[in-house]
Ligand binder design. Structure first.
Ligand code: VTB
Ligand code: MG
Ligand code: MG
Length: 323
């Protein structure tokens, strides 16, 4: 993958974010998601790749576009796997809360795990803790190891977790251990990446969220020098069967970075829709302009670019057409 691709890729998330931002707080997550998906799909056509969607909006028969298996890109350029979440945090946008982003990851063909739509147990960390923890450990051990490695008191460790009833036991354990907790309403791609940004003030990301979101976070964390470990959580026979079909004979196998995103290069881009831990949201400005805040990075070089763009909206025909 050529480095020029990074800038082409970030234009895709910028447009998806611009398209969904007008839906903030309108209580309509369906339209917010649809606007982002339409814009992302349209923009992808101009990107110089021969892409196959491996993580997308759903199976071919349930999603009209960006479905799993769909071919995207200009069909000139490298053969790649594409993982997308045009609007990671539809409910966030519908309710005007924090941490919604448009997200994409691209890797050479065959590298991205075709994560089925089910829960994944996750443990994500930034560079200082990469390689030092294990999802197999009890949470107390994990926190204690983290405190030791970071030279902090356990009471100064901050853990991020999705605010869900299913995390009640884990949260009780964390409280007993004595850490600080920051809850997320949704948007666990942003949550899992947060520990890699010192300014976010998060040491560990734990708990279960979407498996596709886990792979997207793995792509970002590889570029950032962080780490995520995951374990799929099939809840019925059908889900267990899906794991087997994607090549996991043991669906409960501990998944490491290489299992999720391979060993080669990966490009990750995200644009904030609402403000988050490390990205600003779309800001509507006077004179028909909007400002976006994006991050784009590549595993091979580990250069991290924060891109602030000022868009003149009348010159965005894709936005006009689709809304
Ligand atoms: C997370 C979050 C997503 O799903 O993966 C979450 O990142 C997990 O599912 O934004 P539950 O909502 O059932 O906990 C989302 O909230 C929606 O895809
Ligand atoms: Mg989505
Ligand atoms: Mg999502």
């Amino acid at each position: 993958m050529e480095r020029e691709l990074s800038l082409e890729i970030v234009r895709v998330t910028e447009l998806a974010a611009l398209a969904s931002a007008p839906w903030m707080g309108r209580g309509d997550k369906h339209h917010a998601d649809e606007a982002a998906t339409n814009a992302m799909r349209a923009m992808l056509d101009s990107v110089s790749i021969q892409g196959t969607v491996v993580i997308g909006e759903g199976e071919m028969d349930e999603a009209p576009m960006l479905y799993i298996g769909e071919q995207v890109g200009s069909m000139q350029g490298p053969e790649v796997d594409v993982a997308v979440d045009p609007l990671e945090g539809t409910e966030i946008v519908a309710r005007g809360l924090n941490n919604a982003m448009a997200v994409i990851a691209v890797a050479p063909r065959g590298n991205l795990l075709h994560a089925p739509d089910m829960y994944m147990e996750k443990l994500a960390v930034g560079p200082l803790l990469a390689g030092k923890l294990s999802l197999d450990d009890p949470i107390r051990t994990t926190v204690e190891k983290a405190a030791l490695a970071l030279n902090k008191q356990v009471s100064d460790i901050t853990v991020m977790i999705l605010d869900r009833d299913r995390h009640m036991t884990l949260v009780a354990e964390l409280r007993e251990v004595g850490v600080r907790i920051k809850f997320l309403s949704d948007g666990d791609v942003a949550g899992a990446i947060a520990p890699a940004f010192p300014e976010a003030g998060i040491d560990l990301y734990v708990g279960s969220g979407g498996a596709p979101e886990g792979v997207l976070a793995a792509a970002a964390l590889k570029c950032l020098g962080g780490e995520i470990q995951g374990r799929l959580m099939p809840e019925n026979e059908e889900q267990a069967q899906r794991c087997v079909e994607m090549g996991l004979t043991n669906p409960r196998k501990l998944l490491r970075m290489d299992d999720m995103i391979g060993t080669g290069d990966v490009i990750f881009a995200a644009t904030g829709v609402t403000p988050g831990e490390f990205l600003g949201g779309v800001q509507m400005l006077p004179d028909q302009r909007a400002e976006t805040h994006s991050i784009v990075m590549r595993a091979k070089t580990r250069t991290i670019r924060f891109i602030k763009s000022l868009h003149y909206l009348p010159n965005k025909p894709i936005l006009g057409k689709k809304q």
